[in-house]
Design a protein. Structure first.
Length: 142
């Protein structure tokens, strides 16, 4: 029992209700992207381990804040504003996926890596990757 899909569904539920742009899970098809968006990426395969004497997982969950603009005309404050919205929404939310309990959801992401790349001949993307490292326990089914 791995928490990946349940965790992504729970993050989608929270972010879709709180964020001012479209939220996607895992990937956006070519041509489907509306411009600014938040994407919940597939987390790393969780490692099993003993967490408080119960079987749990360690998960590195990345949330991509995607903005794009014509080359040389980027407004990075928009990207930073969306990242702040995501961080605030997740900090205030109860993240409670099916079958797993999130033992630790940090107030701030552990990493926030800015990434820029060419989207087309005339557009440049300016993303920020928010990576949270969290731990889950399997919920008891009694």
């Amino acid at each position: 029992m791995r928490p990946r899909a349940a965790l992504r569904s729970e993050l989608y539920r929270v972010l879709d209700a709180q964020i001012s742009v479209d939220v996607y899970v895992q990937k956006v098809s070519e041509g489907e992207s509306p411009g600014d968006l938040v994407m919940i990426e597939a987390p790393s395969t969780p490692a099993r381990g003993d967490i408080k004497e119960d079987t749990g997982h360690e998960v590195a969950q990345t949330i991509r804040i995607h903005t794009r603009a014509p080359k040389g005309q980027a407004d990075l404050s928009r990207r930073d504003e969306l990242a702040a919205q995501v961080i605030s929404a997740l900090d205030a939310a109860t993240i409670d996926p099916d079958d797993h309990r999130v033992v630790d959801w940090p107030e701030e992401p552990h990493d926030d890596d800015p990434v820029s790349y060419e989207v087309s001949g005339s557009e440049q993307a300016h993303d920020i990757l928010l990576t949270y490292r969290l731990y889950t326990q399997i919920k008891a089914t009694i």
